[in-house]
Design a protein around this ligand. Structure first.
Ligand code: NAD
Length: 480
């Protein structure tokens, strides 16, 4: 069985404890590798390596940093098949999704920030007759990056790439549920010649490794993506230590469909926006609001399409939904379907686990589930399920749609489907979310700010936002 190791000071290292956690393939329920069960001692080693590497790395010419990040991107691309297979095996997502989305996006994260550092500018403000202010944007030092299991290498690299590009050294922790592609990344970094200690990857549990990173006095900034409850805990620890924090948290995103949408195209895209990656994308729309005049027509066409989705072995080409990431998460999703029934919801399709045969007979699969008849205020409609479960709710008019969409503690993303341009702008302005897609979903432009409002987080990733997060502005005034 393959043993994953930490990546500390440029070398692969066993955890100090010598113990490992089983890494399970969710499609089969079988252990396929062992993940280090690291603790604060490993974090301390990683920090010491990062601290030692920092003076040189932060003064490395931008062009050299750019070349190294480009080499990392090339290294992932060269091992594309291996990364795709590992991402799918670790997470349960269809192989074809990992090939189309996760791994190419990880490659472009490194390429984007390799190039961005060459163009990152700082401001100057002239005070006529008095002097000039200029702003230095300097790296922070050693920073912590902690990521979740749903888009493992894609989200991991989205933090690491801007942190390294701006001259920081990093102690990073991928999810213990999906550690494999981060392990491959450490091999790629070694091959690319990334100097020792610049990036350190410590595997293990959130309560041990994650907590130790957040608590470490010397780690000055934390970029975290994960659940809202974990985010709260991290904020409670890090805020009194005056650490810089970026928290990308949970969501329960509204999809608002008006009667004047392009009907066929909308139905098709909403199926994708609801069930991609088994609904385990923080940006999936899980509360679908449909204008009353087309509610039944939409419901019937939508359900007919959802029924055609194939839940299957992630390795098979025709599979639309692969496995749920873990047994615990499968059980959580099923408990919410049970709750929806108790709350008076009518299951239009799905509603239970999917039983597969052969290789996947012990895997964790859930049928894509569509529910109607629930009050927008009920728990099923207010709490994050993070699986292949959506609700359908009719609305009378724009005001009601917005009221229901905004009636929630989360505010990550949203999508609006209409051909009325003025209404699209109006709704986009009023919706309480960090991202609004009009007649589209999951389109990514790396230059734009990414993140949520309310309980979906604070701070932004993407583009210059991430570069600003990973640097400290220092104003210098020179008298004329
Ligand atoms: P999680 O919060 O359980 O774990 C995320 C990471 O934090 C993991 O690496 C985990 O080990 C670590 N962690 C756990 N406890 C910790 C602690 N006390 N201190 C430090 N680190 C700790 O989340 P998850 O279950 O891995 O991911 C699913 C969640 O992530 C969902 O809520 C989803 O909406 C959210 N998510 C948000 C975004 C976004 O961009 N806003 C993107 C993807 C996923």
């Amino acid at each position: 069985m393959e043993t994953i190791n930490n990546y500390i000071n440029g070398e692969l290292a066993a955890p100090v404890s010598g113990t490992y956690i089983d890494n399970i393939e969710p499609a089969t329920g079988q252990v396929f590798s062992l993940c280090p069960d690291s603790d604060e001692r490993d974090v301390q080693l990683a920090y010491a390596a990062a601290k030692q590497a920092y003076p040189k790395w932060s003064n490395t010419p931008l062009e050299e940093r750019m070349m190294l990040l480009m080499r990392i991107a090339d290294g992932i691309e060269k091992r594309m098949d291996e990364f795709v297979a590992a991402e799918s095996k670790d997470n349960g997502k269809p192989l074809k999704l990992a090939r189309a989305v996760d791994i190419p996006r990880a490659v472009s994260n490194f390429r984007f920030y390799a190039s961005a550092i060459q163009h990152f500018a700082s401001e100057s403000h002239h005070m006529p007759g008095v002097g000039i202010n200029y702003t230095l944007r300097q790296s922070i030092g050693v920073v912590g990056c902690i990521s979740p299991w749903n888009l493992p290498i894609y989200l991991f690299s989205w933090k690491i790439a801007p942190a390294l590009a701006t001259g920081n050294c990093v102690v990073a922790k991928p999810s213990e549920i999906t550690p494999y592609t981060a392990y491959l990344l450490s091999q790629v970094c070694m091959d690319a010649g990334l100097p020792n200690g610049v990036l350190n990857i410590v595997h293990g549990l959130g309560t041990k490794v994650g907590q130790a990173i957040v608590e470490h006095e010397g780690i000055k900034a934390i970029s975290f993506t994960g659940g809202t409850e974990t985010g709260k805990r991290i904020a409670a620890t890090a805020a009194p230590m005056f650490k810089k924090l970026s928290l990308e948290l949970g969501g329960k995103n509204p999809t608002i469909i008006f009667a004047d949408c392009d009907f066929e195209a909308t139905v098709k895209q909403i199926v994708t926006a609801s069930f991609s990656n088994q609904g385990e994308i923080c940006l999936c729309g899980s509360r679908i609001f449909v204008e009353k005049s087309i509610f039944e027509k939409f419901r019937d066409a939508f359900v007919a399409r959802v029924k055609k989705l194939k839940v299957g072995d992630p390795n098979e080409d025709e599979t639309n939904l692969g496995a749920i990431v873990s047994l615990a998460h499968k059980n959580k999703i099923l408990s919410y379907i049970h709750l929806a029934k108790e709350e008076g919801g009518k299951i239009l399709c799905g509603g239970s686990e999917a039983k597969l045969s052969g290789r996947c007979e012990n895997g964790y699969f859930v049928e894509p589930t569509v529910i109607e008849g629930l009050d927008y205020r009920c728990r099923t409609n207010q709490e994050e399920i993070f699986g292949p479960v959506v609700t359908l709710t009719p609305f009378e008019n724009e005001e009601e749609a917005l009221m229901m969409a905004n009636s929630i503690k989360y505010g990550l993303s949203s999508s609006v489907w209409t051909n009325d341009l003025k209404r699209a702008h109006r709704v986009a302005e009023k919706i309480e979310a960090g991202i609004v897609w009009i007649n589209s979903w999951l389109v990514r432009d790396l230059r734009t700010p990414f993140g949520g409002v309310k309980a979906s987080g604070v701070g932004r990733e993407g583009g210059w936002e991430a570069m600003r997060f990973f640097t400290e502005p220092k104003n210098v005034f020179i008298k004329s």
